[in-house]
Every structure is written in structure tokens, then in C-alpha cells.
Design a protein around this ligand. Structure first.
Ligand code: ADP
Ligand code: ZN
Length: 632
């Protein structure tokens, strides 16, 4: 879509709230209220904002959805001059600038998608001091002509978003980020903020050193995302399981489904679409225009399900992603946390769901074994995978484990599958010994087999292969009839995940590991997780399926919420804006339950700032007035 410069056919400058001359904290609070329509700062926002408004540098580590944007947007509005925002993804600048201009902020961007005239208009606005925020990709910022342009105007601050892109170890590495220390050399007195949702100490240190942020103050928030319910289920028939999740818990909700390969993205998206789900594929192998179109539909419309590889997601600001589902095992907890963090930025209930099975472990081990890089690199990958597996197999609180991985202590959360439905564990030493003994006996004969055959031997099945190989004569033949095939497979999976049994990555054959011996000698107890068939379904309630955002509203209010969403879809479509830019779901929910009758009532609802009140207030009140009265 062609975009107009601010004030040129877009949002008029008159909407802008001029900088105030009161004390900085009051000024910041005033902007929070009038521009963004929120009453209170969250967490560390007020501290960061005070520090930056006063001219200090800051490194801000907050989880996705923690509210990083306001940490630089408000100082940019309070300080003289223009806040310069470095953002790695050009495709997302449009939406960020749309959201700001809709709130009445004078924002623009400069990038290669613009024509000459549009660019020139933004440059003029910047030089005239008529821009509060200017978004730039790093390569654009570093171009000599841009640096000169910035010199001729007055930068209020530099915000380096997605600052973990400086890390050469991460998969988001962007070489241009390494050169951003030039900002400090060139404008030593302009405050800088580096912001990221990547929490590891190593990345943190890299950000500080590579961006020359030696004097910056650190602001490290809790990484907890309390509204996300974490669930990890045994993989059985993954597509059917996924469809059940979508139909019964997230009908009509927007969500992301992550798959490991491009092929599985294409197949899963097509299959979901055939089942009537509004699903679209996204991966690096698709045509650029198809990718852009799918991404735009996901961002702009309600209820689109994006099936994607992990190439999708960074910088996606969509606040109402109600679920993130993984059909394949993530490589690391960092990756998993970053991906699941895209759910529920608006603070409303959201689901992180992962289906996981033995084949995933084998597949990931195979990827590591065949990956490029030296031993050290492969060992590091294996450690990451092991931590992820431990999360999958834990009988304790998932959140507690996730947070402890990032160095945070916390009590059991009450909002994950293991808290809600504590799995029982049992002493699995004897089954483990039976299994390992079978593998030993095969190894003694110089043979290795996959899980299917080993389980056949344990269960005493005289298959063709058992007979021809004489394995019905093994002393362990038939000693495992007390467990079903499925139960044996979960035993195998748990032993493999815990390193007590090895899987040869290329042929999926089982073998002993150095840790197996202690189990066989009876020196080590093995606790296993009890997995009743259909564990995933245990919590399913009988209520009528409803989108998660309105699930806990009264039925009449839920109906009004849907009406408001329909009104929003029309308004957004007409203005060419993403729906959430008009109002977030959280705002519409409050409207639905509080039913404001006047503009003043409406203004007191979170997310309704002055500009939106003026533009959309009458429309919202009309939708509320037209709704049937709630039952007394
Ligand atoms: P991040 O960039 O850290 O992922 P965002 O800046 O996108 O997070 O903010 C996440 C969501 O929280 C947004 O929908 C934003 O409007 C909302 N939000 C941020 N700060 C506040 C606040 N103080 N009060 C209410 N909502 C807020
Ligand atoms: Zn928990």
C-alpha cells in the first residue's frame, strides 16, 4: 500500500499533543494518559523513562509484551527533537508508524519502499522539527547521507530495538548492528537505549560491549508472562490434536503454528485450510510477495492462523495473537520462549502449546549430528536441546523451569499444564532396566534396532523379524507384557530425553549411554511421568467454544465484544489499518463489559487516548447503544 507522509493526507498534525513544561515524571504520565490512553506505567517503564528523559543511556531487557515501546516513545515525546528508532525489519515499520499516527503521534520512517517524494516529505518534516519519532533500518541509518541528515536536525534519543541482533551467536544476527556504536561517537550527548526480549547473560554482555553502552544503566524486568498458559503434550496424531486445540479452545482466534520445515509448513497450512481454518503459510522459500501478503493479512485481519517456520515472528507487534503452537520440538529454550512470547502481548489469556514425541528427539539429534561446526559447537547445541527436553519431561511447574533457565526464581505458577493437572510420576526403574537389558543383549550380539523392534521383543511378539533373528530366545523376550506399545514408547522417549538411552541419529537405533550402566546395576532410580492416554484432553471443559479473548465474559458481553470487533474490522479495512491499531482486544473487552454511555466514560477505558476518542468515540458508543441490554 502506498503510504502518505504524516500530515499529508494521513493524520493531521493538529492531533499532536505538544510537549509540556511540567516536571518530567508528570509530563511522561500526561503523555501516557492523553496519547496512549493508559493510566499507569507498567513494571520498569517509569524508571526507564525518567532515566532517558534525563539524558541517560539504558539497556532494557523485558519480555515480549512487556511494554518496551513506550520506554522510548514517551521520552521521544517529552524531550525536544525527534526520537530515532533503529528497527531491523522494514516490513514492520509501516504498522508501527500506523499505530503511532493513529494515536496522534507525529511519526514516520525512511526506507527503500518509499518513493522520492514521500522520502523528501519525511526529511523535511524531520528538519523542521515536526517529527516525534523517525524509524530507520540500521543500514539506512548508517548511510553517510542519513547521518548528515540527522546532524542537520535534532535527535532526541536513539532507540536500538531488537538489540540482540548484535549477537553473532543468535539466529537474528545482523552485521550492521555492529556498526551502531557510531551513534555514540557522533552524538555523545544524545541518550541511547538498547532494547531486547532476549534474556541470556551472554547476549546482555554483548549488547553492552558492542554498542559501546559502558555507562548505560541496566533495566532488567522479570521475564514472566503470566497470561500465557504453557502446555506440552505427548504427540499422538499432531494435526488432529492441533485441530482440536483450534476448534475447542481458539475458534476464530489469531495464532501462529510453528513447524520445522518448509514442506511441513505448506502441508499443514493446506490441511488446516481444508478443515475450514483461515490458515496461511510463511517461510523463506515462498515468493517475497506471497510472504508479504500473508504477513499483512495476519497482522491486519482478525483470526488468521499463520503456519510458519521460525523465519516468521521477529518484530511482529500484533498484540492479540491468542496461541502459539509448536508441531515440532524447538532447538532451545531461548527459541521456544521467544516464539511462545509472541502470544498474548495484550495481557489477555493466551496459550503456548507444544506437541512432542520421540521422533522429535531423534530428528533434533540428527540435525545436530549433521550440522556444520566443530565439536564445541555441536556440544553447545546438544546442551540447548537437553535443556529443552528437560522442560518437556518435567513433572514440575513449566514456568518455574523456564524462568529458572533465565536465572529467575519463582513459585509454581498455577497456569501451566503441570500445575493445573499435576502428572503423577512413578518409580520406573524396573521398566527402564527391562528395556536397557534388552538393548544390552542386542548389543552383545553386535546388533542395534529401533524402538519398534525392541518393544516387540519386550512384549513377546513373534513377528517375522523376531523369529528370523532368533530374538524370541533372548532372556528378555516377553518380560514387558505389563505395558502397552504406547506406554513402552513413552518410557523410551523419557529415557532418551534424560540421556539414559541413546538414539543413533541417522538410523534411529537404540544404544546404551555411559549413564545406562548405573540404572542396570540398580544404583540409580528412574522416575517416570505417568501419561494416561489422552492426557491433553483431561482439562477440556464442556463450555461452548469461544474465542479466548472473550471466553470469560458474560454471554451478552461476549456478544457485544463480537459486535465491536465487527465494527472495528470495518473501520480498519476502510482506513487500511491493522485492526489492532484501531483498538486492542483488551480495550474492546472493557468496553463490552463496562458499556460506556458517554465519551467521558469511554475515555476512562485503557487504550483510549485523545486522538482515538475523537476519531472513533462516536462509533464505539453507537455500537454499545445498539446492543441489546445485558440481562439484569
Ligand atoms: P514489547 O515491545 O515489549 O513486546 P509492547 O511495547 O508492544 O511490548 O507492549 C505490549 C502491549 O502492552 C502493547 O499492546 C501496549 O499497548 C501495552 N502496554 C504497554 N505499556 C502499557 C501500560 N503502561 N498500560 C497498559 N498497556 C500497556
Ligand atoms: Zn506452573
Amino acid at each position: 500500500m502506498e503510504r502518505a507522509a504524516p500530515g499529508v493526507g494521513g493524520v493531521p498534525y493538529a492531533d499532536h499533543v505538544p510537549p509540556t513544561t511540567t516536571a518530567p515524571r508528570d509530563a511522561a504520565h500526561g503523555v501516557l494518559r492523553t496519547v496512549f490512553g493508559y493510566d499507569e506505567f507498567r513494571g520498569l517503564q517509569a524508571d526507564v523513562i525518567d532515566h532517558v528523559v534525563a539524558g541517560g543511556d539504558a539497556v532494557v531487557l523485558m519480555p515480549t509484551g512487556g511494554g518496551k515501546s513506550l520506554c522510548y516513545q514517551i521520552p521521544a515525546l517529552v524531550r525536544e527533537g525527534t526520537g530515532i528508532v533503529v528497527s531491523p525489519l522494514i516490513a514492520l515499520m509501516h504498522d508501527q508508524v500506523d499505530a503511532l499516527t493513529t494515536a496522534g503521534v507525529r511519526a514516520g520512517y525512511l526506507n527503500s519502499t518509499q518513493g522520492y517524494d514521500e522520502r523528501a516529505a519525511i526529511e523535511r518534516a524531520y528538519l523542521a522539527g515536526e517529527l516525534d519519532l523517525l524509524y530507520l533500518a540500521p543500514e539506512r541509518l548508517l548511510a553517510p547521507e542519513t547521518l548528515e541528515l540527522l546532524d542537520r536536525g535534532s535527535p532526541a534519543l536513539f532507540a536500538i530495538d531488537e538489540a540482540h541482533c548484535v549477537s553473532q551467536w543468535g539466529h537474528d544476527f545482523r552485521p550492521e548492528y555492529l556498526r551502531l556504536s557510531v551513534l555514540h561517537e557522533r552524538w555523545p550527548h544524545v541518550p541511547r537505549l538498547a532494547l531486547t526480549a532476549t534474556a541470556t547473560a551472554a547476549t546482555h554482555a554483548e549488547i553492552r560491549s558492542r554498542l559501546a553502552l559502558g555507562d548505560a544503566r541496566d533495566f532488567v524486568a522479570s521475564f514472566d508472562r503470566p497470561n500465557i498458559r504453557y502446555r506440552i503434550v505427548p504427540k499422538d496424531n499432531p494435526r488432529a490434536q492441533l485441530l482440536t486445540l483450534l476448534r475447542e479452545e481458539h475458534p476464530g482466534d489469531a495464532g501462529i503454528v510453528y513447524c520445522l520445515t518448509r514442506a511441513s509448513v505448506d502441508e499443514t497450512a493446506a490441511w488446516l485450510a481444508a478443515q475450514g481454518v483461515d490458515a496461511l503459510p510463511y517461510h523463506a522459500g515462498l515468493d517475497r510477495s506471497v510472504r508479504a501478503r500473508n504477513q499483512a493479512r495476519f497482522a491486519r485481519e482478525d483470526g488468521v492462523v499463520m503456519v510458519a517456520t521460525i523465519a516468521f515472528g521477529m518484530g511482529i507487534d500484533k498484540p492479540d495473537v491468542r496461541f502459539v503452537a509448536h508441531l515440532d520440538l524447538p532447538k532451545s529454550i531461548e527459541g521456544y520462549y521467544q516464539e511462545t512470547g509472541r502470544a498474548g502481548r495484550d495481557g489477555l489469556p493466551a496459550t503456548a502449546w507444544l506437541a512432542y514425541g520421540l521422533a522429535d528427539v531423534v530428528q533434533q539429534r540428527r540435525l545436530i549430528a549433521t550440522s556444520e561446526g566443530d565439536d564445541l559447537h555441536q556440544r553447545r547445541l546438544a546442551q540447548h536441546l537437553d535443556a529443552m527436553l528437560a522442560l518437556c519431561e518435567t513433572v514440575g511447574c513449566r514456568r518455574q523451569r523456564l524462568l529458572s533457565y533465565f536465572g529467575e526464581e519463582s513459585p509454581p505458577c498455577g497456569n501451566c499444564d503441570t500445575c493445573l493437572d499435576p502428572p503423577s510420576s512413578y518409580d520406573g526403574t524396573v521398566p527402564a532396566q527391562k528395556l536397557l537389558s534388552t538393548v544390552v543383549r542386542l548389543e552383545q550380539r553386535g546388533q542395534r534396532y529401533g524402538v519398534g523392534h525392541v518393544v516387540d521383543v519386550l512384549r513377546g511378539k513373534t513377528t517375522e523379524r523376531v523369529r528370523s533373528s532368533g530374538h524370541d530366545e533372548l532372556s528378555t523376550f516377553g518380560i514387558g507384557t505389563d505395558l502397552s506399545d504406547g506406554q513402552w514408547r513413552t518410557v523410551v522417549r523419557q529415557l532418551v530425553a534424560g540421556g539414559l538411552l541413546g538414539v543413533e541419529p541417522l538410523h534411529s537405533t537404540l544404544h546404551l549411554t555411559p549413564e545406562s550402566a548405573a540404572v542396570l546395576r540398580g544404583e540409580r532410580e528412574v522416575r517416570l511421568r505417568d501419561e494416561p492416554a489422552g492426557a491433553d484432553h483431561a482439562r477440556r471443559t464442556k463450555r461452548t467454544p469461544r474465542p479466548a479473548a472473550s471466553a470469560d465474559l458474560l454471554p451478552e458481553d461476549a456478544e457485544l465484544f463480537e459486535r465491536l470487533r465487527a465494527w472495528r474490522a470495518g473501520v480498519a479495512h476502510e482506513a487500511g489499518l491493522p485492526a489492532y491499531v484501531v483498538f486492542h482486544d483488551a480495550t474492546l473487552r472493557d468496553v463490552a463489559s463496562r458499556r460506556p454511555a458517554t465519551l467521558a466514560d469511554l475515555a476512562s477505558i485503557g487504550g483510549v487516548g485523545a486522538a482515538k476518542l475523537e476519531r472513533y468515540g462516536a462509533g464505539v458508543l453507537g455500537a454499545v447503544a445498539g446492543a441489546p441490554d445485558p440481562a439484569p
